[in-house]
Design a protein around this ligand. Structure first.
Ligand code: KIV
Ligand code: ZN
Length: 502
């Protein structure tokens, strides 16, 4: 069985999608979850692109032990130097250099001739290789490049020392058949004496025509042994190939692909949830593998079939990706010991401090809600990241007066250092009134851009999860709040975002 490496680029290509930016702390938290999931390579950022990206690469490189950590770099010395500097703390560093190879990009973007591109590849790949033992080369827009020129460029990169060759479908244009042919052709035209199986060929597909997963798997069939992808398929435009889809496709159809990944698939659901909690971008209910409806059967015929024999309509089980159970697991009288034990069973490895915070939230919830399920615990833990932010403003209480015949009024009380401040505001509904009362206390120029609410579990006493995005200057900041009361969840989410701004 061939081993296929999973190269996760959620923190680099994924973060390039609108509204998906993460701060360094969030990136490290997510990278640690990727390590638990067992990904082989984490692309932590594009070190030269901003001081924040540099810091993110540096912090992720320091934080994880097992995965290779990669930083992207253009084919220029200053980019490569920045990538290498940021990767200094990595146990297994990789410099990932790229340059476009299609005539379209050469003419309109790079303003370079083919000869200049070839020269840059030979020179800069060799330079990167003189610094770092592992160098990946990407031929941007490979699928729209002249195949002869693409092969020349790939061969130059191989001769200069690149051990990993990535052929991206940058604009999601290729069909699976074309990808198969492209990988087959490039692998068969390597320099004399170079064995294609001694190199790592990599697929990096975008999903503009909804074929990212199919194209990546076609590349595997043509000899690729690395797939570049993002959790929940986030990324530029329509996104990148979704990690959970390629991993579960190979897991479910092992015999067909004759390929396997080393991932712990039971961490997939949690990883998806964590990303949504951090970015505030919800997964569509019908999303393959991790969507809320991926395992629910609505029609009577299907339900009947599944009750008789699950395999009639289910090709993979919710357990295989770690979907938590909805049954009651803990109650009001459960103590810290039982709580910790349940956390351990669910595979959470919390520090004492995080465990204490999560336990406090659990106790609060258990007071309001009769049954606390694994899904609730999942939500509590994914929100504990929100609690870790330095909080200039602490939520104390709110009172609202609202109805369809009156103007909504809110009284919100917050603690700032040792002092409590209370303000009253009216608004278009109770949430708006609360946010305006908070604005009066905080006195910061922020604008609400987005507001979403969804329930974590079923039932009247379900936890509501609110995600807000506020704009402060040019920055879009995400805040999250969780409560059985949706107004309280909204207040917490808004305040979480404001505290991040501050
Ligand atoms: O889509 C793309 O071509 C990329 C490269 C920079 C690898 O993201
Ligand atoms: Zn890309």
């Amino acid at each position: 069985m061939k081993q296929v490496k999973i190269f996760d680029t959620t923190l680099r290509d994924g973060e390039q999608s609108p509204g998906c930016s993460m701060n360094v702390r969030e990136k490290v938290k997510f990278a640690l979850q990727l390590e638990r999931l067992g990904v082989d390579i984490i692309e932590a950022g594009f070190a030269i692109s901003s001081p924040e990206d540099f810091e993110a690469v540096r912090a992720v490189a320091e934080a994880v032990e097992k995965p290779v950590v990669a930083s992207l770099a253009r084919m220029v010395k200053k980019d490569i130097d920045a990538a290498w500097e940021a990767l200094q703390g990595a146990a297994h560093p990789r410099i990932h250099v790229f340059i476009a190879t299609s005539d379209l990009h050469l003419q309109y973007k790079l303003n370079k001739t083919r000869e200049e591109v070839l020269a840059a590849v030979s020179e800069q790949v060799a330079y990167a290789r003189s610094l770092c033992p592992e160098v990946e080369f990407s031929a941007e827009d490979a699928t729209r490049s002249d195949p002869d020129f693409l092969s020349q460029v790939v061969n130059a990169a191989v001769l200069a020392g690149a051990g990993i060759i990535n052929l991206p479908d940058t604009v999601g244009y290729a069909t699976p058949g074309e990808i198969f042919d492209l990988f087959t052709a490039v692998r068969s035209r390597l320099p004399e004496g170079v064995d294609p199986d001694k190199l790592t060929f990599s697929a990096h597909c975008h999903d503009d025509l909804g074929m990212g997963t199919a194209c990546s798997l076609a590349a595997v069939r043509a000899g690729a042994s690395q797939i570049e992808c993002t959790v929940n398929g986030i990324g530029e435009r329509a996104g990148n190939t979704a990690l959970e889809e390629v991993v579960m496709a190979m897991d479910t159809r092992k015999a067909f692909y004759q390929a396997a990944t080393g991932l712990n698939t039971r961490q997939l659901y949690r990883t998806s949830k964590l990303l949504s909690a951090i970015t505030g971008i919800a997964v569509p209910p019908n999303k393959a593998i991790v969507g809320a409806n991926a395992f629910s059967h609505e029609s009577g015929i299907h339900q009947h079939g599944v009750m008789q024999e699950r395999r009639t309509y289910e090709i993979l089980s919710p357990e295989s990706i770690g979907v938590p159970q909805s049954r009651m697991v803990l109650g009001k009288h459960s103590g810290r010991h039982a709580f910790k034990e349940r956390m351990d069973t669910l595979g959470y490895f919390l520090s004492e401090e995080d465990l204490t915070k999560a336990f406090e939230s659990f106790k609060e919830l258990a007071d309001k809600k009769k049954t606390v399920t694994d899904k609730d615990l999942e939500a509590i833990v994914s929100h504990s990241g929100a609690m870790q932010h330095h909080r200039a403003f602490h939520y104390v209480s709110f009172v609202i007066n609202s109805g369809n015949t009156i103007t909504s009024t809110a009284v919100v009380r917050l603690r700032v250092e040792e002092e409590e401040k209370e303000r009253v505001a009216t608004g278009d509904g109770p949430v708006d009134a609360c946010f305006k009362a908070i604005d009066k206390i905080v006195k910061k120029d922020v604008h609400l851009e987005n507001y979403t609410i969804q329930s974590v579990t079923e039932g009247m006493d379900a936890l509501g999860e609110v995600v807000v995005q506020i704009k402060s200057g040019q920055n879009l900041i995400t805040g999250r709040g969780l409560s059985t009361d949706i107004i309280e969840a909204s207040v917490k989410a808004y305040l979480n975002a404001i505290n991040k701004v501050l």
